[in-house]
Design a protein around this ligand. Structure first.
Ligand SMILES: C[S@@+](CC[C@H](N)C(=O)[O-])C[C@H]1O[C@@H](n2cnc3c(N)ncnc32)[C@H](O)[C@@H]1O
Length: 191
């Protein structure tokens, strides 16, 4: 099982896939623009982690991957298609409109646009991939001020607000029950 994680971050979800597919032999490639993230991902077993812009040509051969994972990260459908084996699958995870609903406005975060699946399908379908299935997941998380700070700081709010302003907003919110809501979309090569 050969996996590529495009926009892997620290490789948290890649590790879950590797754990699930072990002991089948695998070769994992983690790509991310952040060198700090790649330093963490490089510690995963059998994984090559490269600092790489996923908008560029991906550093792997045509039809060399069984799974392309693309979780809350930029999409490059034509490259995902090029590197997938004919029997492979591209798993794209995106937030749903009510994702993090309770804290979007108070923390100055960006909400997820409606019609995400339709937009994704249009984007991927034109690239010789077709939508196979989608599973929606939703649950509540109890987040304290440190989690809320990190959550807001890693997104656009972290660029628009000073750390002090963000800390103040988080402190005034206190402990929060926050909705996590996302879609796991599977695309496969057209036969
Ligand atoms: C929300 S994080 C998701 C990380 C990981 N997939 C996860 O779900 O834990 C988005 C990731 O995309 C990466 N990223 C953003 N633009 C990128 C680009 N052009 N090329 C590669 N990685 C990119 C960021 O550095 C970040 O690690």
């Amino acid at each position: 099982m050969d996996v590529l994680d495009a926009g892997a971050g620290t490789g948290y979800y890649l590790k879950e896939i590797l754990d699930l597919t072990m002991p089948a032999s695998h070769d994992a490639l983690a790509l991310d623009i952040s060198r700090y993230a790649m330093r963490r991902a490089a510690k995963l077993p059998n994984t090559v982690a490269l600092v790489w812009d996923v908008w560029r040509k991906l550093p792997t051969a045509d039809a060399s991957r069984d799974i392309v994972l693309n979780c809350f990260a930029p999409h490059n459908p034509s490259e995902f298609h090029r590197v997938l084996r004919p029997s492979g699958a591209c798993i794209v995870v995106t937030g749903e409109p009510n994702h993090l609903n309770e804290v979007i406005e108070p923390l100055g975060m960006l909400s997820v646009a409606e019609g995400k699946l339709a937009a994704l399908q249009e984007k991927f379908a034109s690239e010789e991939l077709m939508h196979s299935e989608t599973e929606y997941l939703s649950y509540q998380m109890e987040l304290g001020s440190e989690d809320l700070y990190n959550l807001a700081f890693m997104g656009p709010a972290g660029h628009h607000l000073s750390p002090e302003t963000l800390r103040g907003k988080v402190q005034s919110l206190g402990q929060q029950l926050v909705t996590a809501s996302f879609g796991v979309h599977v695309f496969i090569p057209k036969r």
